[in-house]
Design a binder for this molecule. Structure first.
Ligand code: FAD
Length: 450
């Protein structure tokens, strides 16, 4: 079997399949070809945070870990061996973590590691595609051909950050929505618009010049792209949202509900909210203002927002690659392509977010691909578990409004009896999940994994 990508999902997938006796070749393109975010040649490099989330089993990512531990996850074990003190979170020494994964992979008798870019998807071999959010251009083209261009998405966008001392507090005011305004100490800084200011702002925003995306991405600057295709719906650039209609921002990131401008005593027509972005409290994030405007245009246009006329931008908004397929309709709940049963997807590219989801789908793709090769029907993971719920979501969510999913209790089937509190609900989800998984293990005790 081929695994494309030696990241979180790919390593977990290869390890799992190899333990089922499958001879597995991992293709990892680094260091021959680097991505825009990885900085080393190591397998399972954590590109950003070194935290794998909560260790508590009544938290979504803690429960996920517990399930993966039961299923024999290599990466959870490696993370625990590389753990740093971080309270209830599983934070790791990222070098130790990657080294430990790489050592396990490179000494496994059933695994061969090849440092090369895969540019095609084999049609005659089982393959797990786990090339992540920064899948190389050539492979993206191949995935796009296999899945249909309309099913592959590419971008995520981030919002600008502004220096607190550059915000004009004579105009902007502190409040959280529905605060009692006399306290004046809400968590957000709000920039109020009058109707005229709002309309002028929307017109200016729509005329703003955008950054031209590079290479393969540039080919996607089509009309569909202008309407938001290729972006997460929940993370649309503000200029794309604004193009949907004059009031789109006033009902979206600039909605004024629950706010009262202390200067007028009235609700503003629209309001930008700024949220604290660093511990020191001297930088504020423009909420919902992820953008692909040129930096100079961000400065010109966002300085027309009331209160931001002298804004100093500590970070400009920008877009980054985040490739994923619209899994529903393409994949079954085994992460296998319905049209091409030799092809499995795992990790971020399968429409999953967060380190735990990437590891978990790697493990499941490895198990299912191995079973498919061996002609065994691997048991369905119970839908009461976090991983089972995630697989269900990926294969059954509404395709039109599909959003990448991360571990959360909201995707799990509801409890029969409503719980008395949020904490109680989480505890019940966790105990229901773990007993369903144990039950599944007992029922399938002949399987080598269980
Ligand atoms: C900049 C950035 C920051 C992130 N920060 C966080 C965070 O803090 N917390 C969090 O939970 N999630 C974060 N994520 C999201 C996600 O959890 C990580 O990207 C995670 O590493 C994804 O796991 P993966 O296995 O799907 O992909 P990866 O871990 O990226 O692994 C994919 C591997 O495939 C290789 N590859 C790509 N194309 C090819 C090819 N054609 N041939 C061979 N190899 C190829 C890549 O080099 C890479 O090693 C972040 C994502 C990005 C892009």
């Amino acid at each position: 079997m081929i695994v494309i990508g030696g990241g979180l999902a790919g390593c977990e997938a290869a390890w799992t399949a190899a333990n089922q006796g499958i001879r597995t070749v991992i293709f990892e393109m680094r260091p021959v070809k680097m991505t825009g975010a990885h900085t080393t040649s190591r397998l399972a490099e954590l590109v950003c945070s070194n935290s794998l989330g909560s260790k508590l089993s009544d938290r979504a990512s803690g429960l996920f870990k517990e399930e993966l531990r039961i299923l024999g996850s290599l990466l959870v074990k490696s993370a625990e061996a590389a753990a740093l003190p971080a309270g209830n979170a599983l934070a790791v020494d990222r070098d130790l973590f990657s080294e430990s994964v790489e050592a396990a992979i490179s000494t496994h008798p059933n695994i061969t590691l090849i440092r090369a870019e895969m540019t095609e998807i084999p049609s005659d071999l089982p393959v797990i595609i786990a090339s992540g959010p920064l899948t190389s251009d050539a492979l993206s083209r191949a995935v796009s051909q296999l899945t249909g261009e309309e099913n592959l998405f590419f971008f995520d966008a981030i919002a600008p950050v502004i220096a607190l001392d550059s915000i004009n507090m004579e105009i902007a005011f502190r409040a959280s929505r529905y605060d009692r305004e006399e306290t004046g100490d809400g968590d957000y800084i709000n920039c109020p618009f009058s109707k005229e200011e709002y309309e002028t702002f929307v017109d200016t925003l729509l005329s703003g010049e955008r950054i031209v995306l590079k290479s393969f991405e540039a080919a996607l600057q089509s009309d569909t792209n202008k309407n938001g295709k290729y972006f997460f719906e929940g993370c649309l650039p503000v200029e794309i949202l604004a193009a949907r209609g004059k009031d789109a921002l006033a009902f979206g990131p600039l909605r004024p509900v629950g706010l009262r401008d202390p200067r007028t005593g009235k609700r503003p027509w629209a309001a930008l909210q700024l949220r604290q972005d660093n511990l020191a409290g001297d930088q504020y994030n423009m909420v919902g203002f992820q953008t692909n405007l040129k930096y100079s245009e961000q400065q010109r246009i966002f300085r027309t927002i009331p209160g931001l006329e002298n804004a100093v931008f500590e970070r400009y908004g920008q877009m980054h690659r985040n490739s994923y397929i619209a899994a529903p309709g393409l994949l079954n709940s085994k992460l296998q392509m319905i049209q091409h049963p030799n092809v499995f997807f795992a990790g971020q590219l399968a429409g999953v977010e967060g380190y735990m989801g990437n590891i978990g789908t790697g493990l499941i793709a490895g198990l299912n691909a191995a079973s498919w090769i061996q002609g065994i029907d691997f048991p369905e993971i119970p839908s009461e578990t976090m991983i089972g719920s995630m697989l269900y979501y990926l294969s059954h969510a509404n395709k039109e409004s599909f959003q990448p999913v991360k571990a959360n209790f909201g995707i799990m089937p509801p409890l029969k009896e409503p719980a008395r509190s949020k904490q109680e609900r989480a505890k019940q989800y966790a105990s229901r999940s773990l007993s369903a998984l144990q039950q599944c293990r007992m029922t399938n005790s002949q399987s080598s994994t269980f």
